[in-house]
Design a protein around this ligand. Structure first.
Ligand SMILES: *[C@@H]1O[C@H](CO)[C@@H](O)[C@H](O)[C@H]1NC(C)=O
Ligand SMILES: *[C@@H]1O[C@H](CO)[C@@H](O)[C@H](O)[C@H]1NC(C)=O
Ligand SMILES: *[C@@H]1O[C@H](CO)[C@@H](O)[C@H](O)[C@H]1NC(C)=O
Length: 389
């Protein structure tokens, strides 16, 4: 087991997110489960911001749960992608960034062969959908043999479960370096990771105001390697999104520490942004007029916080994009490259105007159907909540 020591973790009150010398042309995102679906949403809707590309571990197709039951977009169903894919084309350049961008983005897709929460049939549909927009040279689809619904690593870490288990904290030694593989697919070959004591610090920041949204915690986190704390190095930014039941309020710093992202960041001048979702027991109207709460702290992959959850203006995506823009706002380039086009980034639409999603604590639909009871990717607690609802 690697000996991971990270300094500066403990709970001083979160500060305002600061800017760093990060090249806005070197930004990417990945995540697990609802975080994987959110990565796809960000990579598609905000491809002008995520200029490198995106990765999804056990994620559902883009726009899957807006036009059909979310239960058809998980387990090992084969969700319909005709309408979602048509929506990508008709929304291109308006509700979402131009889909033509996708062909120059790197896309990484992963599924565990034994995943029954977001299984191979679901992820096959994600791959089919995105392959129609991206050249095969830029997209990769990996199946991790024998893996359940879990973030795959190649090292043991405290609290982790076996690769065949799908239980908290949903991180497992599967003899597969998920973090290193996705980062290198997206950004090219990297220096070897730091398997010893890391150079950097975990920085907490205030995830409210323009950096927050319904269903998000009040504090977010960054891993900042020593080289990126000042302005001497030009750094890269990767956003790593936890899955359901994996936020800081539920597993503390386990996702930040045990997934392996920070080890690669340390030796390759990456800042890793770890935005945080949180449990929300209020009920919201989703597809089909159903009422559903979010007791597992999932990212909004199904429209809890607005029917535009996966479009420009979707409140959680706006918050994350604002975080990215603030971090890259300290980009100084250098004298010889300050006029290069890579430093002049634009977005199709400023991610402002986050409005609060309307909520309803009204009559919750009784979720008696088995598929629905699976709920929201990893939903053991939900059964309890339902009993008391
Ligand atoms: C699903 O999408 C189709 C095509 O865009 C649309 O006509 C239909 O109204 C949608 N159904 C629902 C329930 O939103
Ligand atoms: C793949 O993406 C790169 C940028 O990462 C782009 O330059 C290249 O044109 C893309 N390849 C194809 C075949 O579209
Ligand atoms: C600026 O960056 C370029 C590209 O990395 C590099 O070749 C050059 O030496 C740098 N210039 C200065 C003054 O640091």
């Amino acid at each position: 087991m690697f000996n991971i020591l990270i300094l500066g973790v403990t709970g001083v009150s979160a500060a305002t997110l600061r800017a760093y010398n990060v090249d806005p042309g070197l930004v990417s995102v990945s995540g697990l489960s609802s975080g994987g679906s959110m990565s796809v949403q960000l990579g598609v809707a905000y491809s002008e911001t995520f200029k490198i590309g995106f990765g999804a571990f056990a994620g559902s197709p883009y726009d899957c749960a807006r036009n059909q039951s979310y239960a058809d977009c998980m387990s090992n169903e084969s969700p319909l992608i005709t309408t979602p894919t048509a929506n990508m084309k008709s929304w291109s350049g308006n509700e979402i960034s131009a889909v033509d961008n996708i062909e120059s983005r790197k896309i990484y897709i992963q599924v565990g062969s034994a995943d029954t929460t977001v299984g191979p049939n679901v992820v096959d549909q994600l791959n089919t959908q995105l392959s129609s927009f991206d050249n095969s040279a830029n997209i990769t689809y990996v199946t991790t043999s024998g893996a359940a619904h879990t973030f795959p690593t190649d090292f043991d870490a405290s609290g982790n479960n076996a690769c065949t288990d799908s239980t908290s904290p949903y991180i497992s030694n599967c003899n597969y370096d998920g973090a290193g593989t996705v980062l290198q697919w997206l950004h090219g070959t990297l220096n070897p990771r730091n398997t010893g004591t890391l150079s950097g610090t975990i920085v907490s920041f205030d995830q409210t105001g323009q950096y927050g949204a319904p269903g998000m915690d009040t504090t977010g986190y960054l891993y900042v390697p020593a080289a990126c704390q000042g302005s001497s190095a030009i750094c890269k930014l990767h956003v790593a999104l936890h899955g359901c039941v994996q936020g800081y309020s539920q597993v503390g710093s386990t996702f930040i520490k045990n997934t392996g992202y920070t080890m690669w960041a340390d030796t390759n001048d990456f800042i890793i942004l770890f935005p945080q979702a949180i449990q929300d027991n209020k009920y919201y109207t989703i597809f089909g007029g159903k009422k559903l709460s979010n007791p597992n702290g999932c990212w909004d992959w199904l429209g809890w916080y607005g029917t535009n959850a996966d479009q420009i203006g979707g409140v959680q995506m706006v918050a994350i994009v604002n975080q990215v823009k603030q971090i890259t706002n300290g980009y100084q380039g250098n004298s010889s490259i300050s006029t290069a086009s890579s430093s002049k980034t634009t977005t199709p639409s400023s991610p402002t105007g986050a409005t609060s999603a309307s909520s309803s604590a009204g009559s919750a639909e009784k979720l008696i159907n088995k598929k629905q009871a699976i709920l929201a990717l990893c939903g053991l607690d939900l059964l309890l909540i339902l009993i008391f609802a």
